[in-house]
Write a protein of this length. Structure first.
Length: 279
């Protein structure tokens, strides 16, 4: 609690303001989290709201049942949750969006492209539950998905107040803005809501929670190259792997990364896989 209060106060000072529009409690994904530290943080944000330091209290999460419990509690004004075409098949998501509309809770749709996975050219992509909103999925795409189609789907869902698509370059930014002038045909996503299947968890999100590695392996970089090689092991991927200062074979199996990984990735096994494939 104390560090959070210090960070909040310091953030307001740096921004030169005495209030924040929204104070957001991040990644509350289990009932235990919500009932323990999550509730403490929501109560802290509620106190800030009563004191005029916060206008609205928000929470982000990736599990519909937990998010719905928070919405029903009356403690939050804003929910940030993954909303995308793939998540359409996840049980509980549609009910959650409707609940937000009924309760007057602003729904901020994050991950409209499922972390960029839906825009990949590959026919098959794998999504972790944080990307789809509750379930690990395999998506078999019959056609390429466009930013306009993805965003149109999100805006059609009940309760959605706004979207926060991540962009890594100007092209992706312009792709999102294309929605403003898109035709009805370009917006049509109806043929894309299919081909979504469950698959076991354990997909790396390249988040670097596993670091530091005592062997100084850039685990996320190795994982990304390995995942891309699943679709096509190109010369460019081999070159990129060869340029890494520490490769998969440098893993000493200390298992520290396994203890830190929030996504149940068997990092040790995948380092061996990378060494076998690339080296």
């Amino acid at each position: 609690m104390a560090p959070c209060e210090r960070v909040f106060t310091e953030t307001l000072r740096r921004l030169g303001t005495d209030y924040a529009d929204v104070a957001l409690v991040h990644m509350v994904d289990t009932e235990e989290s919500l009932d323990t530290w999550g509730m403490e943080m929501l109560e802290l944000a509620g106190r800030y709201r009563r004191e005029g330091k916060v206008r609205f209290v928000g929470m982000s999460g990736h599990k519909a049942a937990v998010a719905a419990k928070a919405v029903k509690s009356g403690l939050i004004d804003v929910l940030m949750f993954p909303v995308n075409l793939a998540g359409d098949s996840v049980p509980g998501n549609a009910e959650l969006f409707l609940l937000c509309a009924q309760q007057g809770v602003g729904l901020v749709a994050m991950k409209p492209y499922a972390g960029g996975q839906l825009l990949r050219k590959e026919g098959n992509v794998f999504l972790h539950w944080v990307q789809s909103g509750g379930e690990s999925l395999k998506v078999e795409k019959s056609a390429s998905m466009t930013p306009v189609q993805c965003l149109s789907y999100v805006l059609s869902q009940p309760g959605v107040s706004t979207i926060v698509p991540g962009v890594k370059n100007l092209e992706e930014f312009e792709g999102a803005l294309a929605l403003l002038d898109a035709s009805e045909e370009e917006r049509d996503y109806s043929a894309l809501i299919s081909g979504v299947y469950s698959f076991p968890p354990g997909t790396c999100q390249y988040c670097n929670h596993c670091l530091p590695c005592p062997s100084e392996i850039d685990i996320a970089a190795v994982m990304r190259l390995l995942d891309e090689a699943r679709n096509d092991l190109t010369a460019a991927l081999r070159t990129a792997y060869g340029e890494l200062s520490a490769k998969g074979s440098a893993c000493v199996e200390c298992r520290e990364c396994l203890e830190r990984c929030p996504f149940d990735v068997n990092v040790v096994a995948r380092m061996k896989e990378a060494a076998a494939l690339f080296e």
